[in-house]
Write a protein that binds this ligand. Structure first.
Ligand code: APR
Length: 231
């Protein structure tokens, strides 16, 4: 049954950027096998050792700047241009650099800074360090504009509205381990949408269908079937 691209919600995770050379979190050699997330991805960790947290995100920001979007990002940008809503858990900007517009970054963005004092955010490509002054209020502390564990993800109302209205929900390259994103597939089922998972392997999510394989192999072909009305 053909689906209108404007009735599709896509959720991406680290697996869509894996073939661009950016690490995932929970795969073998994933980021959380090398770093203690409590130390580098929580407000408490930032308060305890801001220099360590800045060093962690400075390295990820540099990696993201050196990486290139892959064929999955390009195909999803094409689907987004046809009206699909792209929600990402990723904090890299590879969707945007592949041409996607209005991507919903529910976990924030590496390429933006945030003032913990006044809430201002700004474009941030260079390294950050403790003592940086907020460009708006002149105070701080300034931090990467990333949603840490224990903090509330961004744009949740907009995401809920999009899922409630969609006919097809597609999760690409995410392990489904972290809520609230992991619960989106159930929200979509309750809304009467079909659900599809694209991943190297089946995760625990209740999806109606699965396409198993690397995102750069599977996503372009799937987008092509949607765009010519076979999806
Ligand atoms: N193609 C498709 N899927 C892939 C590929 C690939 N080339 N490589 C890995 N994957 C899949 C893995 O099978 C796994 O299911 O991507 C998923 C990566 O899972 P995680 O590392 O848990 O990443 P993600 O689901 O995005 O994590 C969610 O957890 O730590 C937080 O905020 C962080 O946004 C992140 C959230």
């Amino acid at each position: 049954m053909a689906v209108d691209p404007s009735r599709i919600v896509v959720l991406t995770g680290a697996g869509v950027s894996a073939e661009s050379g950016l690490g995932t979190f929970r795969d073998k050699d994933g980021l959380w096998t090398k770093y203690d997330l409590a130390e580098v991805a929580t407000p408490e960790g930032f308060a305890a050792d801001p220099a360590k947290v800045h060093a962690f995100y400075n390295a990820r920001r540099r990696n993201a700047l050196e990486a290139a979007p892959n064929a999955a990002h390009v195909a999803l940008a094409r689907l987004g241009a046809a009206g699909a809503v792209i929600v990402t858990q990723n904090v890299d900007d590879l969707h945007e650099r592949a041409g996607a517009r209005d991507v919903i970054h529910m976990h924030g963005e590496l390429m933006r800074g945030l003032c913990a004092a006044c809430g201002a955010t700004w474009a941030q490509q260079g390294d950050m360090e403790p003592g940086d002054a907020c460009p708006d209020c002149g105070k701080g502390p300034c931090r990467p504009d990333i949603v840490w564990f224990g903090e509330f993800p961004y744009h949740m109302e907009r995401i809920a509205e999009a899922i409630a209205a969609c006919d097809l929900f597609v999760a690409i390259g995410t392990s489904g381990e972290v809520y609230p994103a992991a619960g989106f597939v159930e929200e979509a089922r309750r809304a009467g949408a079909r659900t599809l998972e694209i991943n190297l392997e089946a995760t625990g999510g209740r999806f109606d269908a699965r396409l198993i394989g690397p995102a750069t192999d599977v996503v372009p072909g799937w987008v092509a079937t949607v765009m010519d009305g076979r999806g």
